[in-house]
Design a protein around this ligand. Structure first.
Ligand code: APR
Length: 250
């Protein structure tokens, strides 16, 4: 059974739940893409930890700065723009993302809930004071390089990326709002996520348990169960704009 456009057209509240796949067509490697350059011998899951930062702050800070440089040099793609367009038609749209880039915001989405933090909000590793990054875009280090992290202006501690590392808890406010939206929505669009990382991966299941229709958009066909879960295989930047245009023509 296919997902019906009118389910989206008649929705009062839609949750858009996104993962790294939605930024793939902006040139941002997904989390499980093979790492390249300086990082190719590292497992991303090993680099995205507080322990890795303690062991080698310059390696970890350099990796995140390389990713931030890629995001600064990237543009929102048609999938990001389609979500902003959807929010102009559906009475209420809650955007929940696992991504740490700001491409959804740059596409015109508002109040994006970042379950895994943001590259743009680094803070002191010691005293947690927010650190204001320089506005100057980084010269994208080809393949990345080690970069000594800046120091906190209050306690001189090392500045860490503002992302949620493995083993760390998700931001309370974003998590609570995401769960509440998943319980309330009529439709949840799950876009470009492998659904491997908990508890974020619970969000589509919570929506399904509370009676929503759930549509997975992924280059890999997703296994679905029951009569309210669907899968659309394809690139987000192709499938999502087409779905929004079919649902809200003209
Ligand atoms: N369009 C749609 N889906 C895509 C595309 C695309 N162009 N390219 C890749 N995908 C899909 C892949 O098939 C995969 O299922 O996007 C998904 C990317 O999965 P991951 O790399 O695991 O990224 P994500 O699901 O966001 O990871 C979740 O894991 O490590 C943590 O914090 C990290 O936020 C990340 C979280």
């Amino acid at each position: 059974m296919e997902f019906q456009a009118e389910q989206l057209r008649n929705a009062r509240h839609v949750v858009v739940f996104s993962g790294a796949g939605i930024s793939a067509e902006s040139g941002i490697p997904t989390f499980r893409d093979a790492l390249t350059g300086l990082w190719e011998n590292f497992d991303p899951a090993a680099l995205a930890t507080a322990q890795a930062f303690r062991n080698d702050p310059a390696l970890v800070w350099g990796w995140y700065e390389w990713r931030r440089a890629k995001v600064l040099g990237a543009q929102p793609n048609l999938a990001h723009l389609a979500i902003a367009e959807l929010a102009r038609h559906v009475p209420r749209v809650t955007v929940v993302t696992q991504n740490v880039d700001d491409l959804l915001e740059r596409a015109g989405c508002h109040d994006v809930l970042h379950l895994h933090g943001s590259l743009d909000l680094p803070r002191c590793f010691a005293c947690a004071r927010p650190y204001a990054l320089g506005a100057e875009p980084l010269d994208e280090p080809q393949g990345g390089r080690r970069i000594e992290p800046p120091r906190c202006r209050r306690c001189n501690g090392k500045v860490r990326p503002g992302v949620v590392w493995f083993g760390e808890s998700l931001p309370d406010d974003a998590w609570r709002k995401a769960v509440s939206a998943a319980k309330d929505c009529d439709v949840l669009l799950s876009i470009g996520t492998s659904g491997l990382v908990q508890p974020a991966a619970e969000i589509p299941r919570i929506a399904l348990q509370h009676g929503a229709q759930v549509l997975h958009i992924n280059v890999q066909p997703e296994p679905v169960a029951g009569d309210r879960e669907f899968s659309l295989a394809g690139k987000a930047a192709e499938v999502l704009p087409r779905l929004v245009e079919e649902t809200f023509p003209g």
